[in-house]
Ligand binder design. Sequence first.
Ligand SMILES: NC(=O)c1ccc[n+]([C@@H]2O[C@H](COP(=O)([O-])OP(=O)(O)OC[C@H]3O[C@@H](n4cnc5c(N)ncnc54)[C@H](OP(=O)(O)O)[C@@H]3O)[C@@H](O)[C@H]2O)c1
Length: 329
Amino acid sequence: MRAWYLSESPGQYSIGEVTDPLPGPDEVRIAVRASALNHMDLWLTTGMPKPPRFPHVPGNDVAGVVESLGEGVTTWSLGDEVVVNTALVPDAALSRGVNSVLDPGMRLLGEHCWGGHGEFCVVPAHQLCAKPPERSWAEVASYPVCTTTAWRLFRRADLQAGESVLVTGIGGGVATAAFSLAQHLGCEVYVTSRDESKRQRAIELGAAGAFDSSGPYPVTVDVVVDSIGPAVWDNAFRTLRHGGRMLVCGGTSGPKVELNLPRLFFKQLDVIGASCGSQVEFEHVSGLVADGLPVIVDEVIPLAEYPRALDRLREARQLGKIVLEHPSS
Ligand SMILES: NC(=O)c1ccc[n+]([C@@H]2O[C@H](COP(=O)([O-])OP(=O)(O)OC[C@H]3O[C@@H](n4cnc5c(N)ncnc54)[C@H](OP(=O)(O)O)[C@@H]3O)[C@@H](O)[C@H]2O)c1
């Protein structure tokens, strides 16, 4: 098939022919219609993480049409329009429900195995949800990783309607997903960004306040959602009220932060981490998307122009998800 791939890491993506991926037992092959970028697309070029083998096809977020079925698949039919849960788990792990994603056999589509920035993508049949028919291919390719991660964090934090939430770095994919979801759940949502026009856009989208990410943030909140790490940690942590929750799903500015222990225990704070989500959570989120949860798409770019999409992400010019539109022949 034709795909974007890495031959080494650190390294840069090329486009060309790679071995056709074929579905094994209980797997399906999807003709990809849309795949979205994540910061992972950039991490993979730096060697952090390094893909397990080369060539490697990136792309964590995948939506498309079932094109062929492996032996034993009865739950899907050729031509079904589907969206893929990025956190791939062994069949036996599914019985663990929301904890299935903690299985040591969990693999991330596009990181530990080939992802969606090519013609076809092969995944276990139990990883799919039907595409909500009213939503565009770009919208459905935008929600799997980010909205499922945000939902897992909110579920674990027991987020309640009426609570206040601060989302850092609103330009990011996972940040915009958390923003939309928190609003949808009835929360008052504040944001940060380095970019004045993004702060303004967030206000237009209903943010209760928008602050420069360099801080300080003149607000006290119940919950913070952060994917940036050290560049904002101290300011973000200070905004939490007593009993607040710090939700962490990334460290774009670095892997380590300084934790102020008296602030943690005197204020009785919780720090909660999450990486992607289980099939149960993905199905819940797919239901919310079917019911109209807003999904913020920044730009739809032809698959052939992946390098331009990567530049946009690297330079943080986006607000929301950058999506690659695949040829539909
Ligand atoms: N755990 C998971 O399941 C999961 C899921 C998705 C993503 N992630 C992780 O979460 C992070 C974000 O991913 P993404 O795909 O949403 O990234 P992204 O779309 O590239 O967005 C990153 C945003 O973070 C802000 N930012 C980056 N560097 C910054 C710095 N030095 N100082 C202040 N703000 C900074 C910027 O916001 P502004 O432009 O508004 O300033 C930027 O737009 C990554 O580390 C990724 O690996 C984890």
